[in-house]
Design a protein around this ligand. Sequence first.
Ligand code: HEM
Length: 169
Amino acid sequence: MTRPLAGALAGVAALAVLAALLFLIDSAAAYPWIKAVHVIAVISWMAGMLYLPRLFVYHVGAERGSVQSETFKVMERRLLRAIINPAMIATWAAGLWLAWHGFAFQGGWLHAKIAAVLALSGVHGYLAGAVRRFAEDRNEKPARHWRIVNEIPTLLMIAIVVLVVVKPF
Ligand code: HEM
């Protein structure tokens, strides 16, 4: 099995275990606490998702094989593994719990929000692939590409927060 596939499977397994554990909790008192965990996880996930493409912009400018380039590789790998991946799993697990216990998965805003979060998770997968390509010195994309990619999580985040706070439909 390839390493990215094994990593993705480990992530899905961790999400399933966390979601199963969370679904055992069923109390109104737990709701604001799980929401707090959700918002903390969201902040961590977004911090990483906004910073990682910015690191790529600087990494493109570093000469291959240079000390600077190798340092960027370490920063990118640690950011992905220690922050972005676990934060995404915690966001999903707590978000699904809230959606079930608070709203029984009903509501146009919730369906639209989940669709936007799926898109955000797709961007996450794309960035994880890019970390691997940078680590193997196989990135072909220019800094401009990563500057544009940097805006996608921002736009999705704005849509997601408006959907969940305003609940326009
Ligand atoms: C599939 C993943 C997600 C699901 C199912 C989900 C679902 C939910 C639910 C049901 C709530 C409670 C809303 C309420 O009590 O009124 C909530 C709160 C919240 N979510 Fe998510 N969420 C997910 C991912 C995200 C992401 C990625 C973000 C931000 C980028 C986000 C931002 C927020 C915020 C800021 C709140 C607090 C809203 C408030 O208290 O008014 N969520 N989420």
